[in-house]
Structure formats: structure tokens, C-alpha cells
Design a protein around this ligand. Structure first.
Ligand code: CS2
Length: 435
């Protein structure tokens, strides 16, 4: 299998499931970093083996992960195309972040993005090796695979975006329609898209992780990473070619993944984003410190009450998940930095917070818990709390300028929130948070 996005989350999640699958000895992952080599150089020096540290509230567990067979730089497009033409490769997974799909506000491929426009041109000209974006690389790979007659393949997005299989299919079809219209037949018949919910909180790697591996395992592993004990993977969709036996490692295949995705995206990720913007204004730096503050915990519960009113799930399922999340967030040994979660809010707030906010106003309620998250993000854009870091900084930096009232108005416009009461609520909450 091939994976795009050699980040910590992939190494703690999909690589870990593949390592523990009953047929693990039949599989190896060729993983491609983002632009630069990233951790790939360290991994190559140690035969692509690394230690995964599961950080429980009481102590650590260690496992050497051996599912990674090769690591490549993101610029090695020739290497990527070679895998696509190999019939032994049957699945491509990806963790390329919300921004990596190069979508515009309407969820279509953003053809106005210069890198996307360039990919359309080079693919149309048959110069497949010159692609730059993830959608460009995937379409180029599929063209190469079709031309090589290498057979069917399954593509699996593992990013926190609702209905990520359909989302991926849409951007690839948009790109193909502009660059190689005759790829449509191959896409219809030979390419499967799988939608997934992925979950495992994986903080940034720190020296403390490396030190623990050194002290407790006697191994100097610069590629070691830490993660939480909890993990979940729910998949649904059109499997066109063999996959590792992930079910034997705990993954669950269902008919409809959407309720699972919403549960995770709203309750876990939504609370994460609220904490990243609101709790950092109060001076907290990690999730566990923030959730230990009763005021912050109250904000999270208020958000969860809003979200719960609109989740298509039994109340008991939601209550259990909330209780489990409080334990996960409270794990004091994890040290998950809120600045990690604060990144790319322009991609996260619209899918994590806004749908429940709007649904709740439409139902005649006052979704204060959701509006506080938008208020806190507004202040974040104005320089409060966690440092600003957003893949779409060029498009959104103006939202934080002018008076607070200006900012709230622009943020609401950006998020397509036009309800008057919501706007007033967000402004009032922003004033409170600022004070
Ligand atoms: C976090 C996620 O970065 C973020 O915004 O909310 O990385 C979160 O830790 C994972 O989705 C947990 O599965």
C-alpha cells in the first residue's frame, strides 16, 4: 500500500493497524512525506522501524512498528508513479490535512489555486512527473495506473472531514474532468473510494518521548512518537481491491460512517478547537491543563449540549462518548499542546462548530457553547491566545483587523452565519473572553 502524508497521526494510527493486522506479513507501506523529507531521513536510517509509545494515565507501553517498508520525500513523484503502476499495490491511504485537498468554499477543486492550475496543465500535457498538489499526484498516479493496466485500486482519505471519501472523489473527478476527461471511465469502474472516521490523539513528538524510550527500552530512537491508548477506525464504502485485514486489528466496517464521523468531529474535534482558542486566552497550554479548569470544562459541556441536540445518535451513546472524552482529555501524561490543535482554524471551525451552531439557532435555541468557539476564534485571529498558523492565512488575515465588531462581522460572513442573534451572541461572548 501507499500512503501520502508521513505525519505522526499516520504512524500512530493506520501504520499501527497495519502492523497488527492478521495478514501483516503480506503488507508493507510506502509512505510519502509532505514537501520535504520530514522524519523520513531518520526512519530510513533505522530501516523504517520506529517505537510507538502508548501513554496511559499510569504508564507507558511500547511497540516497535514494522509496517512501514519505504519512506520517500513528497517531491519524489517519479517514485510515487512507479508504485501506482505496480499491480501489487492495491490501496492508497492519506493524511494530508483538511487543506491538502485544495478545495474552494463550495467544496469543489479550487482551480484558481496556482498549484492546482499548474497540475491541470501538466497532467493535460502528459507531464505527470511535474505535479505538486495531493489531488494532482493522485490523478497523475491513476492515469499512470490505467495506462499500465495495473488493475483496480482503493483510495482512503483519513482526514477529519465529513464524508471524506465523497469529498476526495469530488476533487479528483473535478481535476480529471479538466485535465484528462477520458479518465472518467477508469474512475467509474476501477477506483473505489472509502469514507472513514479516524481517531487517536497524537501530540507533537517531544524530547520527553525520546527520553522515555531511551530510559525504559534502552533504545535511541529519534523517530519515536507518543500517542494515547485509545484508538478507533470506522470505514465504509466501495472496496475495489484487497486491503490489509484491518478488522482483525480492531477497525470496524459499517454501512454508514456518517453518524460516527459527526460524533467524533463535533464532540472530540469541536471541543478541541474550542479549547485551542478559548482556553489559551486563559493561559492554558495543554488539553489536560485546560480541561482541569472548571470554567473551561463548563464551556466544553455547554458546547457538547449544543452538539448533542443535533447528532443522529442515541442519547446513551453520546453520554458514554462524552464521559470517555473527559477521561481522554484529562490524561495528564499526554501533554497535548493546544497550539498544535489551533492550526488551520479556517478549515476546522466551518465543519466542527458551525453546522450545530446553525441547526441550534434554527431550532429556536441559544447555542452559546458553539458561539463561544467562534468568538474565541475571532480573538485568535486578532492575536490572542495560541499563535496564529493557518494554511489559508492569505485569505483570512483580514478577518482579524479593525474593531472587534468589524472582526465579528467579517468572521460571521466568512462562516456564513447570518442570524442576528448569533452575531450579537458572538460579539458579546468575544467581549467577555477579551476582558
Ligand atoms: C485535533 C486532531 O489537530 C486537531 O485539530 O483536533 O488532531 C485530533 O487530535 C485527532 O483528530 C484525534 O483523533
Amino acid at each position: 500500500m501507499v500512503h501520502l502524508g508521513l505525519g505522526n497521526f499516520f504512524r500512530a494510527h493506520q501504520a499501527w493497524y497495519t502492523d497488527r493486522a492478521a495478514d501483516a506479513d503480506q503488507w508493507g507501506i510506502a509512505a510519502f512525506a509532505g514537501r520535504s523529507m520530514g522524519i523520513g531521513a531518520e526512519l530510513q536510517r533505522q530501516d523504517n522501524l520506529y517505537t510507538l509509545v502508548s501513554v496511559g494515565p499510569q504508564g507507558n507501553e511500547y511497540r516497535v512498528i514494522s509496517s512501514l517498508a519505504a519512506t520517500h520525500s513528497g517531491t519524489d513523484v517519479a517514485g510515487l508513479l512507479a508504485y501506482f503502476t505496480d499491480p501489487a499495490v492495491s490501496v492508497v491511504t492519506m493524511t494530508i490535512t483538511e487543506a491538502g485537498y485544495a478545495r474552494n468554499e463550495r467544496g469543489e477543486l479550487d482551480a484558481a489555486n496556482p498549484d492546482v492550475a499548474s497540475d491541470i496543465d501538466v497532467i493535460a500535457a502528459g507531464n505527470l512527473g511535474a505535479v505538486r498538489t495531493a489531488p494532482g499526484k493522485l490523478v497523475a498516479g491513476l492515469v499512470a495506473r490505467r495506462d499500465a493496466g495495473a488493475g483496480p485500486i482503493t483510495l482512503i482519505s483519513c482526514d477529519n472531514v465529513p464524508d471524506n471519501g465523497a469529498m476526495l472523489e469530488r476533487v479528483l473527478r473535478d481535476l480529471a474532468a479538466r485535465a484528462v476527461p477520458d479518465l472518467a471511465e477508469y474512475l467509474d469502474g476501477q477506483v473505489g473510494f472509502v469514507t472513514t472516521m479516524v481517531d487517536r490523539i497524537t501530540p507533537r513528538a517531544t524530547d520527553a518521548t525520546w527520553q522515555a524510550v531511551q530510559d525504559e527500552q534502552g533504545v535511541d530512537d529519534p523517530a519515536a512518537i507518543a500517542t494515547e491508548p485509545f484508538s478507533e477506525w470506522v470505514l465504509a464504502g466501495d472496496v475495489k481491491a484487497p486491503l490489509p485485514d484491518w478488522a482483525s486489528a480492531g477497525a470496524v466496517f459499517v454501512d454508514d460512517v456518517v453518524p460516527h464521523e459527526l460524533r467524533k468531529l463535533w464532540l472530540l474535534n469541536g471541543a478541541h478547537s474550542l479549547l485551542a482558542y478559548a482556553a489559551t486566552i486563559k493561559g492554558h497550554q495543554t488539553v489536560s491543563d485546560a480541561i482541569a479548569d472548571p470554567i473551561v470544562k463548563g464551556w466544553v459541556n455547554e458546547w457538547w449540549d449544543v452538539a448533542a441536540r443535533h447528532l443522529p445518535l442515541d442519547a446513551a451513546v453520546i453520554a458514554d462518548y462524552r464521559a470517555a472524552l473527559l477521561e481522554r482529555f484529562g490524561n495528564p501524561r499526554m501533554r497535548d499542546q493546544l497550539s498544535r490543535i489551533a492550526a488551520d482554524g479556517s478549515q476546522k471551525i466551518p465543519i466542527r462548530i458551525v453546522p450545530a451552531l446553525k441547526a441550534d439557532r434554527e431550532a429556536g435555541n441559544s447555542p452559546l457553547g458553539a458561539e463561544r468557539a467562534v468568538a474565541a476564534w475571532t480573538l485568535h485571529l486578532r492575536g490572542l491566545g495560541a499563535p496564529f498558523n493557518d494554511a489559508r492565512a492569505d485569505k483570512i488575515s483580514d478577518l482579524g483587523t479593525g474593531t472587534l465588531e468589524d472582526s465579528v462581522r467579517k468572521v460571521c460572513e466568512f462562516l456564513d452565519i447570518d442570524d442576528r442573534d448569533s452575531k450579537a451572541g458572538i460579539l458579546a461572548l468575544a467581549r467577555q473572553l477579551e476582558a
